[in-house]
Design a protein around this ligand. Structure first.
Ligand code: NAD
Length: 508
């Protein structure tokens, strides 16, 4: 499938491409697409229309067993783990190249599966996945062991080796990108992988697996089993022959991963979970218009279905009215719900009807708890057939309210007035989450004190959501224990081995 630049601007052309799309829907095990062993399928629904997009293989424990066995065979054979580093690099580079070459198809798959705007896929998710594979390809021959400074009678060195079989379990909010963040470091370190994509958005992972094989990835090195969390996901996390689970998803399921590891083989677990990120705007912000623009983007981008969504706006009392008015005006034009296949659309539907109802339920909770609904809070007119929710703002929010404490994972922001930097940091830290946080201030001391004292894995000063592949991604507290993207993510997919060679007696 291909599309010229002119068709990318044309909604009708995107719909035509969508009509012609025939996605792969079977499990990918040992280099082949196969139906689920128990023969089951499940429907994946286009949330913009409510129509069935595809029937996908419903993987169960049997498919996970087969995929883990294939991954173990591939690992033990050394076909990947002992491949020359530069050859492994080439496979990941070619995978990146093929993702780029299939940008249109990937964009359509994720947009149709989970509703995000097609322009976001092309501008952000697809290039992000390409960069992820490129970055981790480049790390492969930078991974060193170490010789330690022992007495002359011994040579002691530390080998850094892959873990073995890694299970990856990912969510639906960035289907391709989250899969790339998990797969690329695991594969770069020489592991073999079984990936369980989210049941809401399984299609792009299957295309990715096909392209990895085309790029020269040996059979069995990357396996994908679509299916439900309670079936395929649980079987993978409980499997005794899986050495690590790399998980991205909710706090509740992240905790289950740790339980499953304890109930099985004590496999390593890394978790990337939810957030309730504070965006602090102090009275000495260097630029209120920029702060507002970032704040609006920080909560409404990707329909608010973002782990680090800046849902708590902690605004200094002195600028509260001005900030709120500018925020209203900006939100009105920046995020208008519409057809996600229209390249001009900035906000699509939420992922499912059930999630839409959950988010609308939080709007009711906010009102009942005494917050003021400033705008939004409903289903946009004319879009009732999809799972849409309007961009929504609450004012007069108190940090004790449920809308300030719980992850809504939708386009709902709350403004909490604060008395200054210390008060803002206190409120920012009063949360079970600790994924990301931002501050707007002209005072360098305040900025650095905030960076030091805020309990978050990612901190932005006078910006929000900036970063590249070198910056770490991961949380404090119940936002999880893992670190994605950076070189550290590669190390998390390795284990060290101590080798002691006796060279003779020490000279006396
Ligand atoms: P989820 O926890 O419901 O599901 C995530 C994955 O876990 C899915 O593949 C699902 O099938 C699987 N799963 C569910 N129950 C399981 C079980 N019992 N055993 C094994 N696997 C199971 O999360 P979601 O609704 O798909 O995604 C939204 C969540 O993901 C939000 O909380 C969001 O903050 C988080 N998230 C975090 C990051 C990050 O980097 N920190 C990034 C994206 C999303």
């Amino acid at each position: 499938m291909d599309a010229s630049v002119s068709t990318l601007r044309d909604t009708a052309a995107w719909h035509e491409l969508a009509e012609r799309l025939r996605p792969e829907t079977r499990c990918f095990v040992d280099g082949e697409f196969v139906p689920a062993r128990a023969g089951g399928v499940f429907e994946t629904i286009n949330p913009a229309t409510g129509q069935v997009l595809a029937e996908v293989a419903r993987g169960t424990a049997q498919d996970i067993d087969a995929a883990v066995a294939a991954a173990r065979r591939a690992f033990k054979s050394g076909v990947w783990s002992r491949m020359a580093p530069r050859d492994r690099m080439e496979v990941l580079y070619r995978t990146a190249h093929l993702i780029q070459g299939h940008a249109t198809e990937f964009a359509l798959l994720d947009t149709l599966d989970m509703g995000k705007p097609i322009s976001d896929m092309l501008a952000s998710d697809v290039p992000g996945a390409v960069r992820t594979f490129q970055f981790f390809a480049e790390t492969i021959d930078k991974l060193d062991g170490m010789v330690t400074n022992t007495a002359p009678s011994a040579l002691h060195y530390i080998l850094r080796q892959p873990l073995g079989v890694v299970g990856c379990i990912v969510p639906w909010n960035y289907p391709l990108l989250m899969a790339a963040w998990k797969l690329a470091p695991a594969l770069a370190a020489g592991n073999t992988v079984v990936l369980k994509p989210a049941e809401e958005s399984p299609l792009s992972a299957l295309l990715l697996a096909k392209l990895f094989l085309e790029a020269g990835g040996p059979a069995g090195v990357l396996n994908v089993v679509p299916g439900f969390g309670e079936e395929a996901g649980k079987a993978l996390a409980l499997h005794n022959d899986v050495d690590k689970i790399g998980f991205t998803g909710s706090v509740e399921v992240g905790k289950l991963m740790m339980i499953y590891a304890g109930q099985s083989n004590m496999k390593r677990v890394s978790t990337e979970c939810g957030g309730k990120s504070p965006q602090i705007v102090l009275a000495d912000t260097p630029d209120l218009d920029s702060a507002v623009a970032y704040a609006v983007d920080g909560i409404y981008a990707n329909q608010g279905e973002v782990c680090n969504a800046g849902s708590r706006l902690l605004v200094a009392r002195e600028i509260l009215d001005e900030f709120t008015e500018k925020f209203r005006q900006k939100a009105k034009t920046a995020f208008v719900p519409g057809d996600p296949l229209d390249p001009r659309t900035t906000m699509g539907p939420l992922v499912t009807r059930a999630h839409q109802q959950r988010v609308l339920g939080y709007v009711e909770i906010g009102k009942q708890d005494g917050a003021t609904l400033d705008f939004g809070g409903g289903v946009p007119a004319g879009l009732e057939s999809g799972a849409y929710v309007e961009p929504t703002l609450f004012t007069g929010v108190d940090n004790a309210m449920r809308i300030a404490r719980e992850e809504i994972f939708g386009p709902v922001a709350g403004i909490l007035p604060v008395r200054g930097a210390d008060h803002a940091i206190e409120i920012a830290n009063d949360s079970i989450f600790g994924l990301a946080a931002s501050i707007w201030t002209s005072d360098v001391t305040t900025a650095h004190r905030f960076a030091r004292d805020v309990e978050a894995g990612v901190v932005w000063i006078n910006c929000f959501d900036h970063g590249d592949m070198t910056s770490i991604w991961g949380g404090f507290k119940q936002s999880g224990s893992g670190r994605d993207k950076c070189f550290e993510a590669l190390l998390h997919h390795t284990q060290t081995k101590s080798v002691w060679l006796h060279l003779g007696e020490d000279p006396t």
